[in-house]
Design a protein around this ligand. Structure first.
Ligand code: ATP
Length: 242
């Protein structure tokens, strides 16, 4: 049923991301020193790197969720470095954080309907249930009752509903069983085929290699290497401690 999903309305907008000299701080702690990379419309790009390298902070800084940031982050032709996060989201960005952000006291349905629509062209309920059939059978379950895989699917479904056509995904496969990882991989392949632009933070190199067009390595708050395609990822393993 995945082929039944239409192209997103947002695909008429030229989403492109150009990051230069991005810096970020938590209080006095200077965490990002010089992040620079770009993502073309419809590309899947991974941010790889060891624990604590600054991958999550890069996504949070691009979403305007880090109090102090500096440098340049041009998204859809707009300089967003001083934008509040809601304005950044309205450019069509859907952020799925590592912790997934499911409200435990709300049902699946309530979680799904919670974020406001950013624009027309978001996935309908039917399209979401085609993509994630598990969610349909769990519609009235409380957030706390969901497995890790179901939470991840709900978090992704929620942003697809808003009309976002550019996704920032932080470790979507973390802690999930191989069969669920395969399911998420199929969904992301489908979104890629539909023209979504995706920045993926990932520790699972096989998963990253199967999906991404290009990879960047983050080390101590800087981009230190990059490579293209599934083969290119092999050249990066020395940075990743694998
Ligand atoms: N809320 C915070 N307050 C202070 N320091 C933080 C905070 N969040 C992260 N850090 C620090 O910022 C640095 C970068 O962390 P970040 O989470 O971006 O790394 P990461 O590459 O995503 O790693 P991981 O895979 O472990 O999440 C680390 O040194 C981390 O300890």
């Amino acid at each position: 049923m995945l082929d039944a999903i239409p192209k997103t309305a947002g695909s008429s907008t030229d989403i492109e991301i150009a990051v230069n000299g991005l810096q970020a701080w938590y209080g006095e702690s200077h965490v990002l020193h010089d992040i620079g990379f770009d993502v073309k419309k419809g590309e899947v790009v991974t941010l790889l790197g060891r624990n604590g390298a600054g991958k999550t902070t890069t996504l949070r800084a691009l979403m305007g969720l880090v109090n102090r940031r500096d440098g340049s982050a041009v998204i859809c032709g707009e300089q967003t470095i001083k934008y509040p996060s809601r304005r950044i989201a309205r450019l069509g960005i859907g952020y799925v954080p590592e912790e997934r952000g499911i409200f435990s006291e709300l049902s699946v349905e309530e979680n799904l309907m919670l974020p406001p629509k950013l624009r027309d062209g978001g996935f309908s309920r039917e399209e979401i249930f085609d993509l994630f059939p598990n969610l349909k059978s769990r519609l009235h379950s409380q957030g706390t009752k969901l497995s890790g895989g179901e939470q991840q699917m709900l978090a992704m479904a929620r942003v697809l509903r808003t009309g976002a056509d550019c996704l920032f995904l932080d470790e979507p496969t973390e802690g999930l069983a191989p069969v669920i990882v395969q399911q998420i991989e199929r969904v992301l392949q489908m979104l890629k085929a539909r023209g979504f632009t995706i920045i993926l933070v990932e520790q699972n190199l096989r998963f990253a290699a199967s999906l991404a067009d290009r990879h960047y390595v983050v080390e101590q708050g800087r981009i230190v290497a990059q490579a293209s395609g599934a083969d290119g990822i092999d050249s990066l393993t020395r940075y990743l401690g694998v």
